[in-house]
Design a protein around this ligand. Structure first.
Ligand code: SAH
Length: 215
């Protein structure tokens, strides 16, 4: 688990580039400066760790571009101590960025292989989110309501159970659409019965799939 001076330097450059691309939330940038992205990837992808590219993480899944992680985290507006649910733990990188921001994180992954591997990666780095192997479409009713929900896979329909588990005044950030045409959306819960959906930019994610895949 080496985080060399060279890698720290590349990370600083990545963060500078994100700032130039318009990421304005300094708390998010500072968290991304502290989380060593290369340690969430196979060493074969070392050269890509600090470029603005999505990288394969096994089981046919990808870790999103750093600019996507930054944009999504910024839209989430996470506050210290807030209870947040992530759907799609994947490599654990987004989870680590949220932990670095001081939130109380729950994260669900449907692929057992990734779930097991990432549990080890995160704990060896000292991050302690609650990780759950399960179907994100169901959420985590036991621990609801959540102040925020972040979905890191593309949903072709609104996951209604997740809406129910969002606190009044809370926000969900979710890529929505079908196939290649996904838009980043925020859904704010205004009251028990009212939700406000806002569309942001186009984005690219692997699909949100129902059910679990045991290894
Ligand atoms: N946040 C991750 C992104 C990984 S890609 C990271 O930082 O690496 C999206 C992940 O969502 C994949 O691992 C995929 O298996 C998972 N996923 C897709 N549908 C899901 C569902 N219904 N419930 C939970 N996880 C899901």
């Amino acid at each position: 688990m080496v985080d060399s001076l060279r890698q720290k330097g590349l990370r600083q450059k990545m963060v500078n580039a994100l700032r130039q691309k318009g990421v304005a939330d300094e708390r998010v940038l500072s968290a991304m400066l502290r989380v060593p992205r290369h340690l969430f990837l196979d060493s074969a992808f070392d050269k890509l760790a600090y470029t603005d590219e999505a990288v394969p993480i096994g089981a046919g899944q990808t870790l999103s571009h750093p600019s996507t992680v930054a944009t999504q985290t910024q839209l989430l507006q996470p506050k210290v101590g807030e209870k947040i649910l992530e759907i799609g733990t994947g490599s654990g990188y987004q989870a680590a960025v949220l932990c670095a921001l001081g939130v109380e994180l729950y994260s669900i992954e449907r692929q057992q292989l990734l779930f097991e591997k990432t549990k080890q990666t995160l704990s060896s780095m000292g991050f302690r989110p609650s990780l759950i192997f399960g179907d994100g479409f169901e959420g985590l009713p036991k621990h609801a309501p959540f102040a925020k929900i972040i979905v890191t896979c593309g949903a072709s329909e609104t996951p209604v159970n997740l809406l129910k588990q969002l606190a009044v005044g809370g926000r969900m950030v979710i890529p929505m659409g079908s196939g290649n045409s996904l838009r980043m959306c925020t859904i704010d819960r205004l009251s028990e019965t009212e939700f406000k959906q806002t569309k942001h930019g186009n984005c690219d994610f692997v699909p949100m799939i129902k059910g679990v895949k045991s290894s």
